[in-house]
Design a protein around this ligand. Structure first.
Ligand SMILES: C[S@@+](CC[C@H](N)C(=O)[O-])C[C@H]1O[C@@H](n2cnc3c(N)ncnc32)[C@H](O)[C@@H]1O
Length: 417
């Protein structure tokens, strides 16, 4: 394949440098804006990619902090200077908004969160001769054996070596297991996705592992079969002073710092409502803080999350203040009639966004809608639906919950015109 010189202009949504050749974009992993590079071109899946051969002139670069950077799929942006990093993340948001016809939107500066705070991670454990534990490689199924990590909370990183030893002891040759780690208030919850139901010996080894590592809980899942091996302490998170028992593998924001940052922005955006709907409520990250302002109706599709949220509300004597409904909002969004009893609606859907719920909101009379999103592309699509229904996109606050990754979290406020 041919090698050419390219001038990198921006950073694409996967974190690759973007240059233009014959008027078409070329995506060059690990290139930074302002770089002049030599790259080897190839075509894949309808786009031109450039493998970085040499940086001829360095642009807005920084030395990556992690020795695994470049191979590990966990981080994509450690090679950028601080200014280029923030500009890249804001650029994705502006690009997504422009694609849906928004210009001159009021966007706050990127709110930065500290690295080393990530409280959820899914690691891969494998044996192929040696046992390995780490994230998958960049655009690859290979596992990068993690010896350092600058995004994980130290309590999660401390489990990497013990998990590697566990894989060496328990996995058959060529075996792979996914380990979901969640740091709750009383320690780490580990869920192992295993290929088959573990036998007695494996269960005993897992129970020993849970005790040795002082885990709060250890469970396994094999297809639809699931069982806790050891429940040593309650696995809980606390939101606005209310403790919620977390189901295994429950959704939580990336860090408790992200909870605080997003929660404050959501509270600010709803202002002083009389009745709030919290859609895609999860286990209540925002519900209990919102309930300090006004009664909240929380709607969540996952049965266990909805149950955990309802139980915590009851235990905290808040059952009147936080009502909970389990409902699939993709198939059965709250209708304009149902929405009429709320004067503020918060919605925080998964990465695919909330097109059906946005269409129902667009027909509603709710004065204020607050969107929380982890995907600027689906956010911008849903924002267009709301705007076409008569909402003004008043403000967006982007939050860097996933440091060095190609992800961006945001809170946006819409007001009915
Ligand atoms: C991004 S999380 C946000 C949860 C919560 N707001 C938080 O901050 O922790 C999205 C939530 O939407 C729920 N969800 C996904 N698809 C859904 C659907 N079709 N209907 C209702 N809830 C859904 C997930 O179970 C998850 O709890």
């Amino acid at each position: 394949m041919s090698e050419i010189e390219l001038a990198i202009e921006s950073v694409g949504v996967r974190g690759d440098g973007v240059a233009y050749h014959d008027g078409k974009p070329v995506y060059v992993p690990f290139a930074a804006p302002g770089d002049r590079v030599r790259a080897r071109l190839s075509a894949a899946k309808g786009e031109t990619r450039g493998e970085l051969v040499e940086v001829l002139t360095a642009g807005s670069r920084a030395a990556p902090v992690c020795a695994h950077f470049g191979r590990c799929g966990g981080c994509a942006l450690q090679h950028l200077s601080d200014g280029a990093y923030a500009a890249a993340k804001l650029g994705w948001l502006e690009g997504a908004l422009a694609q849906h016809g928004f210009a001159n939107v009021d966007i706050a500066p990127l709110q930065r969160l500290a690295p080393g705070t990530r409280r959820r991670a899914c690691l891969a454990l494998a044996r192929d001769g040696e046992a390995v534990a780490g994230f998958h490689g960049r655009m690859s199924h290979a596992i990068v054996d993690m010896r350092e990590c600058h995004v994980l909370h130290p309590a999660l990183f401390a489990l990497v070596e013990p998990l590697r030893r566990l894989a060496a002891a328990l996995l058959p040759k060529k075996g792979t297991v996914a380990a979901s780690l969640t740091l709750g208030d009383a320690g780490v919850d580990v869920l192992l996705e295993v290929p088959k139901v573990p036998g007695l010996e494996a269960l005993e080894a897992l129970a020993r592992f849970a005790a040795e590592q002082d885990l709060a809980r250890l469970s396994w899942r094999a297809g639809h079969a699931f069982a806790p091996v050891a429940q040593r302490r309650p696995v809980r998170a606390v939101f606005a002073g209310v403790a919620v028992d977390l189901p295994a593998d429950a959704f939580l924001q990336a860090s408790s710092e992200a909870d605080e940052a997003l929660g404050a922005l959501v509270l600010d955006a709803v202002d002083e409502p009389r009745r709030i709907a919290d859609l895609y409520a999860g286990v209540g990250t925002f519900s209990f803080a919102l309930a300090r302002r006004a009664p909240v109706h929380a709607v969540e599709g996952d049965a266990e999350a909805a149950r955990a949220l309802a139980q915590s509300a009851a235990r905290a004597n808040l059952a009147d203040r936080v009502t909970v409904e389990r409902r699939d909002l993709a198939r059965r969004p709250l209708s304009a009639e149902e929405l009429a009893r709320f004067d503020a609606v918060v919605f925080d859907p998964p990465r695919t966004g909330a097109a059906p719920q946005s269409r129902a909101l667009a027909q509603s009379t709710v004065p204020r809608v607050v969107a929380v999103s982890c995907n600027p592309a689906t956010f911008a699509r849903d924002a267009r639906i709301l705007a076409d229904g008569g909402y003004a996109l008043a403000h967006i606050a982007p939050v860097d919950s996933f440091v060095w990754s190609p992800h961006l979290e945001l809170v946006a406020r819409f007001e009915r015109r």
